[in-house]
Design a protein around this ligand. Structure first.
Ligand SMILES: Nc1nc2c(ncn2[C@@H]2O[C@H](COP(=O)(O)OP(=O)(O)O)[C@@H](O)[C@H]2O)c(=O)[nH]1
Ligand SMILES: [Mg+2]
Length: 281
């Protein structure tokens, strides 16, 4: 299985972003904290390179604190502006709002200095399912006070007011990083790639490998299985036997046990797992 984006689709998505970026003073890039680097894209970083970007490590409730710290360090070492958030928790509202205004303060000062009277504008972007709509709702309080159409390039764009800020109403969907197959797999694990195209048997083996290397106890404590000196396939088979994922004759139902493993992962039953490729730091 090789996960890929068709180059044409990628180019079209990037072009669209290039146009949208022109409309705003800053970008709020929503990432899934469980696989933050896989949510990014080197080509996009170039598109955003002359606008300030705030990276939101969203769904931070699904990742362990120590792991989050590790991720934040990597972002900071690359001079990226980053905060953690839980889009579904109102407590995150203030810190997101403050971080946006910190980011845009220099732009605001520049406008004031030049006597420019236009509102600060920002847009929320990210790959599907990272929580973009949730974050927009949090910021707008779900009220969606539209600002009305403006003349010129923004004619077909709807903006919503967030205090002194105007936010593009529709979030921008960015293409994920398939720079590495490792990152592509991570997105499959957390459910950000259409499940229909995935080979779960193969992914299950890869996931077990990742877990035994990085989260030694996850399988052991979840399924009460000793993983020492066992191959990923043997571990998968043992999980199948334990959980009764068997065919009529008693042999392992690989499809069932593989899917079960991913259901457990996505429900958090295996604990809080961070997926990062060590090549990222
Ligand atoms: N656990 C958790 N779930 C979240 C968080 N933010 C969003 N979600 C959930 O993630 C799913 C996708 O969110 P949505 O805003 O629709 O993502 P979008 O596709 O980027 O617009 C929804 O079920 C949200 O309730 C978060 O911080 N933590
Ligand atoms: Mg959405």
């Amino acid at each position: 299985m090789h996960l890929q984006w068709f180059p044409g689709h990628m180019t079209r998505a990037i072009r669209m972003m290039e146009e949208e970026v022109k409309l705003v003073d800053g970008i709020i890039f929503v990432l899934d904290s469980r696989a933050p680097f896989a949510c990014m894209n080197k080509r996009l970083e170039k598109v955003f390179s002359n606008k300030p970007v705030l990276y939101l490590l969203n769904k931070s409730d699904l990742v362990d604190q120590a792991d989050l710290k590790k991720v934040i360090k990597i972002f900071e070492s690359q001079n990226k502006r980053v905060i953690t958030s839980v889009g579904v928790n109102e407590k995150s509202l203030k810190s997101i709002y403050n971080a946006i205004f910190d980011m845009l303060k220099p732009v605001l000062d520049r406008y004031k200095q030049k006597g420019v009277k236009k509102p600060l504008r920002a847009m929320v972007v990210g790959i599907p399912n990272t929580g973009k709509s949730t974050v927009i709702n949090l910021l707008t309080g779900g009220k969606k006070a539209r600002t009305g159409d403006k003349a010129g390039v923004t004619k077909d764009k709807q903006w919503v007011k967030v205090k002194d800020l105007e936010l593009l109403d529709t979030p921008g969907t960015t293409p994920p990083s398939f720079d590495s197959q490792e990152n592509a797999k991570f997105l499959a694990y957390i459910g950000s790639i259409n499940d229909d195209i995935l080979d779960f048997n193969e992914l299950a083996i890869e996931l077990i490998k990742y877990l035994t290397v990085n989260y030694e106890n996850a399988i052991k404590t979840t399924y009460n299985i000793d993983v020492l000196d066992k191959t990923p396939l043997e571990i998968l088979e043992e999980i199948g036997a334990k959980r009764g994922a068997l065919k009529k004759g008693g042999e392992i139902d690989y499809d069932r046990v593989s899917k079960l493993l991913f259901t457990d992962l996505r429900k958090g039953k295996l604990g809080k797992i961070l997926f990062i490729d060590n090549g990222n730091d």
